[in-house]
Design a binder for this molecule. Structure first.
Ligand SMILES: Nc1nc2c(c(=O)[nH]1)N(C=O)[C@@H](CNc1ccc(C(=O)N[C@@H](CCC(=O)O)C(=O)O)cc1)CN2
Ligand SMILES: Nc1nc2c(ncn2[C@@H]2O[C@H](COP(=O)(O)OP(=O)(O)OP(=O)(O)O)[C@@H](O)[C@H]2O)c(=O)[nH]1
Ligand SMILES: [Mg+2]
Length: 462
């Protein structure tokens, strides 16, 4: 079944000690290879029904040594993950044991799979489209329930169906245009055809725009809201990171300039996935290492979706504080007045004037005061931009977003061409380009190199 591929194998469970480790084999020779190693009296895997599992031992045929006691699943094409014959050897989950099993499999005719190659075969053999393959990876990497939900829908083919419908609309239109041009029944056929192209270009463009409206949310769900913790040295930035993580990740000391590099950690705040970025306190400094850290903090400000701007309210506002207010102006920010367990020195009225409407939360990393309010504010900011449609199709993948934007542009060109009275056969080219671009999302029209690149980002054994 499927195309003519060699037989591949890899460890499909995570590296490390575990209860069970799985070596997966896929391809025409999967069962034959497994039979060379499988030992259980006279029993042969080739005689077994599909989707059955069998107890036995893996024996190295060269030495006769027993490698492990195992369970072996036999799944025949086409109803398998790859649409090829698949054998899974379930061994005892030690790092060495699983590797030994893989070694004998490779020594007996299988080739080591590349990262993502099983899923790549599922795609090449037509079981899933490219957006579904990408969803497999998103699912593995999902960090919150909502991100997981988006990936599950995409794996289920929600995106693929939507894109296919849009492509079908374009294709039908192009076909009708051909007919009109080849068999002009009426005198005003040129005008009718332009009208048809215009209507359909508008319709599909509106559909694409609707999808793109979900993109920002989708991307954040998938990648996390890039949240930079900014403030001058010693105000409690690393303490805030640790508090949100409920873990001591970052080093905290009373020495100003403790954090030298940018630290990134993921945390789920009331359903919002945050990519938290703890930065070096920003100040003028002569220390070379600290200088680099400070430069990176400035970069983090530029790239952040949200800024948590931290002040030490037990000290007066400094010129450095004011410079940071200026540097983060115009971005989504929440102001933290930290160290409320100490006496207040900071002039809040003066600060309020400088920051206008941004939310202010008083916190203490010592007592945890204000932490709940801070998390509520973050969730509020995030969900306020949300349509509330839980089952909307979210576009979350940067590659998909870029292609949708290009397809939208191509359709704008169609509309421009028609407005300028350009000949239909020229306008048609842009319509056709939109069709191609949408096809790259599902993998219907896509270059081999891109496929190779996409799957190489997968985990080994997937
Ligand atoms: N042991 C094991 N667990 C696993 C996987 C696996 O490959 N092996 N999977 C992956 O890594 C996931 C399951 N994904 C799968 C997706 C499709 C098919 C499959 O055989 N699809 C057939 C229909 C099967 C049927 O109808 O019976 C098809 O679509 O043609 C199998 C697994 C998660 N758990
Ligand atoms: N009293 C009090 N001390 C705090 C609070 N938050 C942090 N600290 C203390 O302030 C000092 C500096 O905290 P850090 O979290 O390292 O500060 P930072 O902003 O990361 O500092 P740099 O990495 O040097 O920029 C430490 O001694 C913390 O224990 C707070 O809310 N109250
Ligand atoms: Mg720090």
């Amino acid at each position: 079944m499927g195309m003519d591929f060699d037989t591949i194998a890899a460890i499909s469970t995570p590296p490390g000690e575990g209860g069970i480790g799985i070596v997966r084999i896929s391809g025409d020779e999967a069962i034959e290879i497994a039979d060379k190693l499988y030992s259980m009296g006279k029993k042969s895997l080739a005689d077994q029904a599909t989707h059955t599992i069998h107890y036995g031992k893996i024996v190295n045929p060269k030495t006769g040594d027993i490698v492990d006691e195992v369970m072996v699943s036999v799944m025949r094409a086409p109803k398998t993950y790859t649409r090829e014959d698949v054998v899974e050897i379930n061994s005892h989950g030690g790092i060495l044991v699983v590797n030994k099993v893989l070694q004998v499999v490779l020594n007996n005719g299988a080739r080591l799979a590349e990262p993502g190659e099983f899923t790549k075969r599922a795609f090449l053999n037509g079981r899933i489209d490219l957006s579904q393959a990408e969803a497999v990876m998103d699912m593995i990497r999902a960090k919150t329930d909502r991100a997981m939900h988006v990936a599950v829908d995409q794996l289920d083919g929600q995106m693929a169906r939507l894109i296919r419908d849009l492509r079908q609309k374009i294709l039908d239109t192009l076909a009708q245009v051909e007919v009109n041009i080849d068999y002009p029944e009426y005198d005003d056929v040129e005008e009718m055809t332009s009208q048809l192209l215009e209507d359909k270009a508008r319709e599909v463009k509106a559909d694409i725009q609707k999808l793109l409206e979900t993109a920002q949310q989708g991307k954040i769900l998938r990648e996390g809201l890039a949240t930079a913790i900014i403030g001058r040295p010693n105000v409690g930035k690393s303490s805030l990171l640790n508090t949100l993580l409920r873990q001591d990740k970052a080093i905290v000391t009373d020495v100003a300039g403790t954090t030298r590099d940018v630290i990134e950690e993921y945390v789920n705040v009331k359903g919002v996935p945050l990519k938290l970025i703890d930065t070096a306190g920003i100040r003028e400094t002569d220390d070379e290492v600290e200088k680099i850290g400070v430069d990176r903090s400035r970069q983090a400000i530029q790239q952040a979706d949200l800024i948590l701007l931290v002040f030490n309210q037990s000290e007066k506002l400094t010129a450095e504080d004011e410079a940071l207010i200026e540097a983060t102006k115009g971005q989504n920010r929440i102001i933290l007045l930290n160290k409320t367990d100490l006496n207040q020195q900071l002039n809040v009225d003066k600060l309020s004037q400088l920051i206008a409407n941004d939310p202010i939360v008083s916190t203490s990393m010592m007592t945890q005061a204000g932490m709940d309010e801070l998390q509520d504010k973050i969730a509020e900011l995030f969900f306020s931009g949300q349509t509330g449609e839980r089952d909307a199709t979210y576009v979350s993948n940067t590659r998909h977003i870029a292609l949708l934007e290009e397809a939208e542009d191509a359709l704008s060109e169609v509309l421009n061409g028609i407005a300028l009275d350009m000949p239909v056969d020229l306008v048609q080219i842009d319509m056709r380009r939109a069709w191609d671009l949408l096809g790259e999302i599902t993998g219907d029209s896509v270059q081999d190199e891109l496929i190779t690149k996409l799957f190489s980002q997968f985990c080994l054994g997937k």
